[in-house]
Design a protein around this ligand. Structure first.
Ligand SMILES: *Cc1c(COP(=O)(O)O)cnc(C)c1O
Length: 218
């Protein structure tokens, strides 16, 4: 990896936008290289890989989970994870709430939206999200706190399409904020933008970007 890539990205990001360094598949040495220049927030997408890294790395690292989460693997991350970006269904929300209760935590999560063209991507539709947020099932969940939204744009070189999708995500955030979180100052995070599209995401209102390749590739 080249520390220059990291420094360059840090310089171009507005100070209020949080950088999640996506360290999936990266050895602990590379994580330590960034840690030693001050990076504290890392994103992983596999529960067991995250668990092993959490065990072996400094305890002041803020670990974010950004991948597909199977309900039987929540237990490997629930006691220390800082933020789960990728809550793509109400069933997963319920399962995380249950596991968080077992370890006596309230865990911060994001609602993942499906806005991309690819069917393979996961996430709520705006209709599903509203149904969920209005449900008693949700009001009974005492061990999760919804702090914002997350989504991935389509994997395409059509940057107009990508920008349109980021605008959609921002509009979903605004709509949910008005309808359900007007009195909830913690509902303020918009996680969008990856290596190839984060500058557009920031222009469209991202408060958090998730960058892997652009930091770690040689
Ligand atoms: C891998 C991954 C990223 C980072 O992607 P890069 O293109 O390597 O920056 C961001 N978000 C999610 C959900 C990912 O799985």
């Amino acid at each position: 990896m080249k520390i220059n890539n990291y420094n360059q990205i840090k310089r171009t990001l507005p100070p209020e936008v949080k950088l999640v360094a996506v360290s999936k598949f990266q050895p602990v040495e590379n994580i330590m290289t960034l840690y030693n220049v001050g990076q504290r927030c890392f994103g992983e997408n596999r529960p067991l890989e995250l668990r092993d890294k959490h065990v072996n790395l400094p305890k002041d690292i803020e670990w974010h989970f950004i991948g597909n989460l199977q309900t039987n693997k929540i237990k490997y991350i629930i006691s220390y994870v800082s933020l789960i970006h990728s809550i793509a269904t109400s069933n997963l929300m319920l399962a995380v709430d249950k596991e968080a209760e077992k370890v006596d935590r309230v865990v911060d999560v994001l609602i993942e939206f499906h806005v991309a063209r690819e069917e393979s991507k996961h996430g709520f539709s705006i209709k599903e999200a509203k149904q969920f947020l209005a449900s008693t099932e949700f009001s009974n969940m005492k061990h999760i706190r919804i702090v914002g939204v997350m989504a991935m744009a389509s994997l395409t070189s059509d940057m107009d399409e990508v920008r349109t999708e980021f605008k959609t995500i921002k509009s979903y955030f605004d709509e949910l904020k008005n309808l359900y979180f007007a009195d909830a100052p913690w509902f303020k995070k918009i996680s969008m933008g990856m290596s190839h599209d984060y500058t557009i995401a920031v222009e469209e209102g991202a408060t958090m970007v998730r960058i892997g390749t652009a930091i770690f590739a040689d």
